[in-house]
Ligand binder design. Structure first.
Ligand code: PLP
Length: 334
């Protein structure tokens, strides 16, 4: 199978499985798991934050971050299409009584600072308390510019907001900019990182922040059911990924660029390509036919009027050439 639906479909490699098999473990709820502790220390070091916390999923990591930043009746300002507004089942509102204040992102994936300023509520009992700005990097594959991160951080200092980055794919941003992670994370208070996307682990996310913040977050993690026991088996995959699968994200970006070029050459309407994502517009009604055609050739796409193709460590250039060949045959057969 060649699976371009998402970078979450990656399978643990044999070397990663070997690292998991030989992991030292302990009970992480007691703080006893040396491999979890090593992963959290490594995440803190890489992001230049004082502490980090290992969680099962990115959704839980974002939820725990929101619960730790905001009290009941507080609000967070967030993108209309951001994962932690749109795609997390309303968790912050349902479980935290935290009000989202969504705003539209600009085409480059940033939330315009004047638009944020316009929705910050005055200190008045009519209003929820504006507490937090949440940004997503990368957003639909788009890398937020460094200058924007710097300005947004300064802006939040002026307006007494905390700044959280949903960095599910923040390593894609760092690799694309060719900077170390902390060049990005110095412009936020807290961030989440997914290990289970392009980094290729089966499970796991990280939340990074100050010691005090992570102490709060640890209680929320327990409360939301994320305190795991011999989790070192999973953390070992994360440590392996941080060592071996970060620099190679550049291959995914190069492959996405190549795929976009090749699809253009056969007449596909390629809209955009950023980091490891290619977005194409399909003519009316073509999406189900294309999906079925490709599935017959063992290629998985999640098609729609705008179809997102995602490159990752389980698709190489040769696999993408196969995709282009079958796509071209499909177009010829129309
Ligand atoms: C995938 C993703 C998450 C969290 O995903 P999980 O599947 O819960 O690990 C959060 N934010 C963004 C931007 C994502 O793409």
């Amino acid at each position: 199978m060649i699976d371009l639906r998402s970078d979450t479909v990656t399978r643990p490699s044999n070397a990663m499985r070997a690292a998991m098999m030989s992991a030292e473990t302990g009970d992480d709820v007691y703080g006893d798991d040396p491999t979890v502790n090593a992963l959290e220390a490594e995440a803190a070091r890489l992001s230049a934050k004082a502490a980090a916390l290992f969680l099962p999923t990115g959704t839980q990591a974002n939820l725990v971050a929101l619960l730790s930043h905001c009290q009941r009746g507080d609000e967070y300002i967030v993108g209309q299409l951001a994962h932690n507004y749109k795609y997390e089942a309303g968790g912050a509102a349902v479980l935290g009584s935290i009000q989202p204040q969504p705003i539209l992102a600009a085409v480059d994936g940033t939330l315009p600072l004047d638009a944020i300023a316009a929705v910050i509520k005055p200190d008045d009992f009519h209003f929820a308390r504006s507490r937090l700005l949440s940004l997503e990097n990368t957003h639909n594959g788009k890398v937020l510019p460094l200058s924007y991160l710097q300005d947004a951080f300064q802006f939040t200092r002026t307006h007494q907001l905390a700044l959280h980055i949903d960095g599910a794919r923040i390593f894609n941003a760092a690799v694309a900019l060719n900077v170390p992670l902390d060049a990005l994370t110095k412009y936020c208070d807290t961030l989440t990182i997914c290990l289970s996307k392009g980094l290729g682990t089966p499970v796991g996310s990280l939340l990074c922040g100050s010691e005090e913040f992570i102490r709060h977050a640890r209680r929320w993690r327990k409360m939301t059911g994320g305190g795991m026991r011999q989790a070192g088996i999973l953390a070992a995959a994360g440590l392996y990924a941080l060592q071996h699968n970060v620099a190679r994200l550049q291959d995914d970006h190069d492959n996405a660029r190549w795929l976009a070029q090749q699809l253009k050459l056969i007449g596909v309407d390629v809209q955009e390509q950023h980091t490891n994502m290619v977005f194409v517009r399909l003519p009316d009604q073509q999406d189900t036919a294309l999906k079925a055609w490709m599935a017959q050739h063992k290629i998985l796409l999640s098609t729609g009027p705008i179809t997102r193709l995602v490159t990752h460590l389980d698709v190489d250039r040769q696999a993408l050439a196969t995709v282009v060949t079958h796509w071209n045959a499909f177009l010829q057969a129309q």
